[in-house]
Structures are given as C-alpha cells and as structure tokens.
Design a protein around this ligand. Structure first.
Ligand SMILES: *[C@@H]1O[C@H](CO)[C@@H](O)[C@H](O)[C@H]1NC(C)=O
Ligand SMILES: *[C@@H]1O[C@H](CO)[C@@H](O)[C@H](O)[C@H]1NC(C)=O
Ligand SMILES: *[C@@H]1O[C@H](CO)[C@@H](O)[C@H](O)[C@H]1NC(C)=O
Ligand SMILES: *[C@@H]1O[C@H](CO)[C@@H](O)[C@H](O)[C@H]1NC(C)=O
Length: 432
C-alpha cells in the first residue's frame, strides 16, 4: 500500500514536467558541421555559431540563419565553447575555448563576410585541464572555464574551474569531479557549474552547483547543490553538457547521452524537457534569432555520428547572452548599448594574425591495457580476467569505449569532439 502510494506520487510528479519537441534545423544531409559540434554561441544580430565547422576541430562556423565560416585557426586547436561580447568601444568580439591549447582565444575585427580577421591568446595556462565550455560576465568581460581530463575515474581533480579576466590573467578557482556545463545568471550574481562523478568506471552522479559570484573580482563563494539529476529525474548516470540561462533566470541544461534539454527554474525545480529528434547527443545550446527567443540545440546526428545536427525550439523566453549583447541586460554598462556598427569593410581589414599553433598536448591517456579488441555494447558480459580493461568501440572514428567492470562492459565516451584511439595495449582520447 505504502509502495503504491509512493509510486503514484512519483508518477504524478513526473507527469507535471512538460515535454516540448524541437524541430530539425540542420540534419546529416545538409549540415556542414562535424559530429564534434559544440559550443553554441550567439552574436548581437542573433546569429548562432558552433565549433567543428567542416568537421575541423580548429574551425568555427555560423549555424543560422545560414552556414558559413566564422574563424579557422592555423594550428591544431580543439575549439569547444564560444561566447560573444561587446567591448568597451562598442565593438563585437568573441572568445573561443581551445581545449588542447589550454587557452581562450580572443577574436576581433570581423570582415564583411562576418569572418574574424584577428586572433590573440586571451589567457593560457598549462594547468587548465581543457577548457571545455566557457561562460562570460558581460559587464566585466570576465570568462569562466570548466574542464575535465577525460579520465572517467572517481578522483576530485578530474575537473576544474578557472577564471580569466579581461587583461588575460588566469586564476584557478577550484577542483571538482568532471566539470562541463557553465553559465552566469542574468543578474551576474550566480555561477552555475555542472559536475559528473564516476565510481568504478560508471557515472554515478550528475549535479549542478551554484556559487555566489563576484563578477568583478572573479571570486566564487557559498558553493551549494542547485540541482541533482539523480533526485530530479533519476538520470544520475547521464552527463550534463552545455548550459544557458534565459533573462528570467531559468537554466537550460543539455543532457548529452539522452539527447534532450532539461529546463530548470531559478530555484532548481525541473520545469520541462525539450527533446531533439534526430540527435544522438545534445552537447550545447544557445538562444538566437531576431528576438533572441529561438533555442538552438546542437549535437551529433543519430543517423551519422560524424555529422553535427541542430534543432530549434521557438519559445518566448529571451536568452541572457542575446539580451546582454543588445545592452538590455540589468548590469550591462551604457557603453555596451552602443549602436550596432556594421563590420569593417574587407579592404580595410588587416591580414589574419593567427596565434601560434596550439600546444600538442593530448587529452590524458587511460592507463589500463586492453587485451581484446572485440567491440561490445553496454551491458554485455565480460570475464573476470578482463576487469578494468578498456576497449574502443570503433577505434579512430567514434568517441565510445567500454570498460569491463564486475562482469559487465560499461559504455563510456570521450568528450568534446575527440574520438577513442588505440595504441598497442592502451586507449586514449584524441581529436579525430
Ligand atoms: C557520414 O558523414 C561523414 C562525414 O561527412 C561522411 O564521410 C560519411 O559518408 C557519412 N556516412 C553516411 C553513411 O552517410
Ligand atoms: C573575409 O575573410 C575570409 C577569410 O579570411 C575570406 O575568405 C573572405 O573572402 C573575406 N570576406 C571579404 C568580404 O573580404
Ligand atoms: C597517449 O598515447 C599516445 C599513443 O601511445 C601517445 O602518442 C601520446 O603521446 C600519449 N599521450 C599522453 C598524454 O601520454
Ligand atoms: C559485482 O557483481 C556481483 C553480482 O552481480 C554483486 O554481488 C557485487 O556487489 C558487485 N560488486 C561491485 C563492486 O559492484
């Protein structure tokens, strides 16, 4: 009796969560983005951008309204997050996270085709694990970075949190289990950071922390659990990926492996899901369009994981980034409200000054040897002798790998546009 009552209340709680369906925008048949599509960003006009343009890890492109190049690095960068910003003179700039260069690149001087002509390192530190995604406090131009070391072990320090001020000074703010989604609230008083923890190679926890944020000093205090997906909807084992807020303070959370977005209220209550038919993953999202109310959701396509799919959900909420770029946000200073200046004519543009190639540091290798190359799916059995052994599911082309844990192959995944590769008796995550 007690049990059925408990079940009934669980079911009614679950039913209270609305589900909306996003519409395919780019599919495997017309997308010019690769399966490592990530880091959705929006510019002042409401155009949406992402990384892995042309399937290239050092290339970023416009997603909507039409596909075109935004910026390509001449080095071996692995771009991940993108955020636009209006500088103190009213000009549009963009910041891009380079996960293998352990740096944030600042892009300036867009030409008439919208391509950034200049790039410089904003900040770089070999101690930064990636960065994975970046968030920005628009009022100060300060960047916040998440990151992980790709090792799915249960060690605090597999994830980190850094900040980088507008002068380029990088500061480590803390260590965590694997960190990924990162966002600043519309009033810039709260920083959200996702954390995924593993135990015995299985993902056991996915939570979002909230911190009190001082956007000027770049400090975070009063760390608390804002949302725990194990408790919200029993999806502790599904990684959280990119996160974005709307101007009402709702937080939209990409749930990578289950291909949907969860919408949380400013108090951490689960309000709705947005599903993405045609996606096998959801890596990131951003609001754009003329009014900043179209939520673009990016991730690998289900029918071809080498292609980047984009879905759009048209709602009424306005994205925080879009709003700040218009100068309409509550904190943005008056200089940011400058009239939209059209990009500089191509003839006056300086030649691209590309930054030095990214350091060739690879994601950390897994250390355990493998003794079999038989591909297996999640849940299939493995011998006791294989305990702790790894294998790529499809070496060189897919991020998936398995680890034998207590008689079962557990499916795991390399992150951020990398694939699983095999070398002798080791596997490692590397860019394709
Ligand atoms: C999947 O996409 C890749 C990259 O564009 C392409 O080379 C490949 O032919 C596609 N596979 C199928 C089955 O369409
Ligand atoms: C802008 O720059 C890109 C790459 O540098 C170039 O291909 C394009 O032609 C330029 N557009 C104009 C209008 O000059
Ligand atoms: C990982 O393994 C590959 C292949 O053995 C090697 O080339 C690479 O240097 C290793 N990376 C690290 C960080 O140890
Ligand atoms: C391993 O599996 C056995 C049988 O399913 C179970 O009893 C045991 O608790 C498991 N051990 C761990 C460490 O998960």
């Amino acid at each position: 009796m007690k049990l059925s009552l408990a079940l009934a209340s669980l079911i009614s709680a679950a039913l209270a969560v609305d589900t909306f369906q996003a519409t395919p925008f780019l599919t495997s048949s017309n997308s010019q983005f690769g399966g490592g599509i990530e880091g959705a960003g929006v510019d002042r006009a409401g155009n949406i951008y992402a990384v892995n343009f042309n399937g290239q890890s050092a290339s970023t492109g416009q997603v909507s309204p039409s596909q075109s190049l935004l910026y390509r690095d001449t080095g071996s960068a692995l771009f991940n997050g993108i955020r636009f910003h209006i500088d103190s003179s009213g000009k549009e700039e963009a910041f891009v996270a380079d996960a293998t260069g352990h740096r944030v690149v600042r892009l300036t001087n867009r030409n008439a085709s919208g391509v950034f002509q200049n790039s410089a390192v904003l900040c770089q530190d070999a101690g930064i694990l990636q960065p994975n995604d970046i968030a920005i406090a628009h009022s100060t131009g300060r960047i916040f970075m998440s990151g992980m070391n790709y090792q799915a072990t249960d060690v605090i320090g597999n994830g980190d949190l850094w900040t980088c001020d507008s002068s380029g000074k990088a500061t480590k703010l803390g260590v965590f289990y694997r960190t990924n989604g990162i966002e600043v609230s519309p009033d810039e008083k709260t920083l959200y950071l996702s954390e995924a923890a593993n135990k015995d190679w299985a993902v056991v926890s996915n939570i979002i922390y909230a911190f009190d944020l001082d956007a000027k000093a770049g400090t975070v205090t009063n760390k608390r659990v804002f949302a725990d997906f194990g408790k919200l909807d029993n999806t502790a084992s599904t990684d959280i990926d990119g996160m974005r807020t709307d101007t009402q303070g709702n937080l939209y959370v990409a749930r990578n492996g289950i291909g949907k977005v969860a919408k949380l209220s400013p108090s951490g209550q689960l309000l709705a899901y947005i599903t993405t038919p045609g996606h096998t993953s959801v890596t990131n999202l951003e609001f754009g369009g003329a009014a900043g109310t179209d939520l673009y959701i990016v991730g690998a396509c289900a029918d071809n994981t080498s292609k980047g799919c984009v879905s759009v959900y048209k709602g009424s909420a306005v994205g925080t980034a879009f709003s700040k770029l218009q100068g309409a946000g509550p904190i943005t200073s008056s200089t940011s409200a400058a009239a939209v200046t059209t990009s500089t004519a191509a003839t006056t543009a300086l030649p691209a000054t590309s930054t030095s190639p990214a350091s060739s540091t690879r994601p950390a290798n897994t250390s355990s040897p493998i003794t079999s190359t038989t591909a297996t799916g999640s849940g299939t059995t493995c011998d006791a002798a294989m305990q702790g052994k790894f294998q790529c599911t499809n070496a060189g082309s897919s991020p998936q790998y398995s680890v034998c844990n207590n008689g079962t192959w557990l499916q795991q995944s390399c992150a951020g546009g990398t694939v699983c590769k095999q070398s002798g008796s080791s596997i490692y995550c590397d860019w394709a």
